[in-house]
Design a protein around this ligand. Structure first.
Ligand code: NZQ
Ligand code: ZN
Length: 394
């Protein structure tokens, strides 16, 4: 069993009308002049952005707005945000949106307190020792950034998508009102659910499989979300199940399901090259990769894949054929992805066959020109990455 440090400092304010508390919380965490950061249109359309700004104004908290964050958030906008914060004397960043907006906020917050180029952190050339406080009003459960230490940014110069993790960046507070997710389109709902489940699956498929409490928690969460997604796809305004998904998204990525186990993250790293190159939705990219990764690494811990099949995917356990049971679990996951509108290979993801040249390029980037590995259940070298991308062609 791995030693661990569980650090989840974010104050979660959950429920109907929870955004009413935004100004009080900004003050509580020391904000006096706020950058309100948001995405394309959804927060404007729903009236949430206006409501947040009105509440800040009524409380006498100054703010500057910066919209335009796109999924797979871009470094150029974060750089613009850093400039605005420095000019305007901003001391707090409030993200109104999903993982992309929160990650862009974290990137800005690092950059304001750093004399060099913020991209240095993502390249691993520097480690942040200070940053502005970040908080969020969450509108899409998916990335888990509302409680996580990570941020993932795309540098348009070369379409490179890289993550940086630092405990300093865990948001001070996260306001979560499940009603705010009623407007999510089915595809975003499904991609979000795929992503949050994967955050726990990346920690579940491990060689450290003696932390039973973590394993049991992980299986319960995976089963819960697997059921809840069908309820909200049928009825988008089902508060009860929107709430399970929203809270599940945070718990599945705040470190809880990683306590005592080594985490893998190979599917994520392989996917980041897909969303970096094709600008696809992160969750959908994960669904396109995972079945091939799973088949490739199956024998590194066959009993864990059997357990997943039986305890999460409801596959009957054939004790005479563990490999067959494990494979049926992967097939059941593929059926689940299809049932919620997700792809199970790259062809279904991008709508055409990926070329060998594109696979070579993704392998080159993912392996940092052959110098880096990824994963831990099976440590993947460049040739393994290429083999998995090739299996996932479809
Ligand atoms: O831009 P708007 O108009 O707001 O539309 C967004 C966006 O198009 C829309 N949306 C959000 N809330 C909505 C809504 N539409 C209707 N009603 C609402 N209430 O949803 C779209 C996707 O939003 P985005 O923020 O991109 O989604 P998500 O939360 O999935 O974030 C994805 C990003 O997070 C990164 C991913 O790589 C990707 O870049 N990740 C971040 C992690 C972290 N920081 O810990 C971990 C993850 O593994 C992931 O890598
Ligand atoms: Zn993810």
């Amino acid at each position: 069993m791995k030693d661990f440090n569980y650090y989840a400092p974010t104050e979660v304010v959950f429920g109907r009308q929870s955004e009413e508390q935004v100004a009080r919380l900004v003050r509580k965490y020391g904000g006096t002049k706020v950058l309100v950061h948001y995405g394309g249109k959804s927060a404007e359309r729903s009236g949430l952005l206006d409501k947040v700004c009105r509440l800040l104004t009524e409380s006498g908290i100054g703010f500057v707005k910066l919209g335009g964050v796109v999924p797979n958030p871009r470094l150029s906008l974060a750089r613009k945000g850093i400039g605005i914060c420095k000019e305007e004397g901003i001391d707090f960043i409030l993200a109104v949106g999903g993982g992309s907006v929160i990650d862009s906020s974290k990137c800005i917050a690092y950059g304001v307190c750093y004399d060099g180029d913020v991209w240095d952190f993502y390249l691993g050339k520097a480690k942040a020792t200070a940053m502005l406080p970040v908080a969020c009003v969450l509108t899409i459960p998916a990335a888990g950034s509302e409680m996580s230490e990570a941020s993932v940014i795309t540098n348009e110069d070369g379409d490179v998508k890289l993550g940086y993790g630092n405990n300093l960046s865990r948001p001070k507070f996260a306001i979560m009102n499940p009603e705010r997710t009623f407007t999510l389109p089915p595809y975003q709902t499904a991609a979000g659910v795929t992503d949050m489940m994967m955050h726990t699956m990346e920690r579940y498929f491990t060689k450290d499989d003696d932390m039973d409490l973590t394993t049991d928690l992980a299986e319960a969460m995976l089963r819960n979300i697997r059921t809840a997604v069908f309820a909200v796809l049928k009825n988008p305004e089902d508060y009860r199940y929107r709430a399970q998904i929203m809270w599940g998204g945070s718990l599945m990525h705040n470190g809880l399901t990683g306590c005592g186990v080594a985490d893998d993250w190979a599917t994520h790293q392989l996917e980041h090259e897909l969303s970096g190159m094709f600008d696809v939705t992160h969750g959908a990219g994960l669904a396109a990769i995972w079945p091939s990764w799973a088949r490739y690494v199956l024998h590194e811990n066959l009993s864990r894949f059997v357990r997943f099949a039986v305890n999460v995917m409801d596959v009957p356990n054939d004790f005479t054929d563990p490999e067959g049971t494990a494979l049926k679990g992967i097939e059941a996951m593929e059926r689940f992805y299809h049932a919620i509108g997700m792809p199970v290979n790259i062809r279904e993801l991008i709508g055409r066959e990926i070329t060998d040249e594109e696979i070579r390029e993704m392998t080159r980037k993912c392996s940092r020109n052959g110098a880096a590995t990824c994963g831990c259940l099976k440590v993947l070298k460049a040739e393994d990455m290429k083999a998995i991308y090739t299996m996932a062609k479809g």
